[in-house]
Design a protein around this ligand. Structure first.
Ligand SMILES: [Zn+2]
Length: 343
């Protein structure tokens, strides 16, 4: 083989519906991507566990980009939490069904490569910080509204984990302790108002009352599975009351961000996730406005609000960066990772 051996990293994003990988070289140039549904059909579903599908997805990514086991430097993984970022054990994820699952160890022994694991939203924020919309920042708040509302905090460019390992849960900032029930068991959390499901509930009311003509055409009255793109299309089509509802909830996300701004004084708030990708301007406007009008002026003037640049790749890119750093640290500390001496 005359060709110089490539050195590649894989970043993997374990989502509730999709598994997504990016394969990058040492300079983080994307060599390829591979995606699968989180819950499989047919053969994979029948005896296959989620871990089997994760393995299948990493295999698929390696095949797609034609990289061999020796070219794989490491795998970074973004997973829903809570999890232990030091050990890579997933502590409890009701959505995908893992409990005290040693993901890093299992994946590492399967692919004979180092594996680093962190919370998906932390890594989305991290990806945007290194490669996307939050570049140039130092203290970053990431907010990713989707079904839930995830948050990530970077202080001095490092992911802030806190005592529990699970810091950054902006979706559970409490607006009203007697408010609507949240998925976490508490009441009145941000997510219980501004998550995709409560928004869909409000929009369904509009459709039923005949106040959202375009949305009715887009999605009908059963809005449980409504896509962000359909909401965006209805607003673009002129459904004013749909726009009002989405703006109100985007502003509520802004208010939660105000509280974080006043406490942590970030320089960048990066917004991502499906709703933001579909309506970036609306979300940036409402969150910026909330910060400008409600945060302490001296802190507010340091903050820039931006929308995701990496979109679907954010978590996987952050994961690739995470494992690259873990490798560099290990090398510095003289730990003999499999590829450390290969040069
Ligand atoms: Zn909650």
């Amino acid at each position: 083989m005359a060709k110089k051996q490539r050195q590649c990293l894989i970043g993997l994003d374990i989502g509730g519906t999709k598994l997504m990988t990016v394969v990058v070289d040492e300079k983080f140039k994307v060599l390829g991507r591979f995606r699968m549904k989180t819950r499989g059909k047919g053969k994979a579903r029948k005896g296959g566990s989620l871990f089997d599908r994760v393995v299948e997805c990493v295999d698929g990514a390696m095949k797609e980009t034609k990289i061999g086991p020796k070219e794989l430097l490491g795998i970074g993984v973004g997973s829903p939490g809570p999890l232990d970022p030091k050990t890579g054990v997933i502590i409890d994820t009701p959505n995908i069904g893992w409990k005290n699952f040693p993901l890093a160890d299992k994946l590492s022994s399967r692919f004979k490569a180092p594996v680093a694991v962190d919370n998906d939203v932390n890594l989305g924020t991290y990806g945007e910080f290194h490669f996307g919309a939050a570049r140039g920042g130092r203290h970053v708040l990431g907010v990713f509204p989707g079904t839930g509302i995830g948050g990530g905090i970077l202080i001095d460019g490092r992911i802030h984990h806190g005592a529990s390992g699970a810091a950054g849960e902006i979706g559970h900032v409490v607006f009203d302790p007697e408010g609507p029930l949240c998925g976490c068991g508490q009441r009145g959390c941000l997510e219980a108002y501004a998550g995709r499901l409560p928004i869909a509930g409000q929009l369904a009311g509009l459709v039923i009352r005949g106040q959202a003509r375009h949305l009715a055409e887009e999605a009908g009255s059963d809005l449980r599975d409504i896509r962000s793109s359909q909401i965006a299309a209805a607003i673009a089509g002129g459904d004013k009351m749909v726009e009002q509802i989405v703006r109100r909830e985007a502003a509520r996300i802004g208010l939660a961000a105000v509280n974080v701004v006043n406490v942590l004084s970030p320089d960048t708030v990066v917004l991502g996730g499906g709703m933001v990708e579909a309506m970036p301007r609306l979300y940036v406007e409402e969150v910026s406005r909330a910060i400008k009008e409600n945060a302490l002026p001296f802190l507010a003037k340091f903050v820039t609000v931006v929308a995701t640049k990496l979109g679907d790749d954010a978590v996987a890119m952050g994961a690739a960066k995470l494992v690259a750093e873990r490798l560099a640290e290990n090398q510095k500390n003289g730990k003999n990772t499999r590829n450390a001496k290969k040069k």
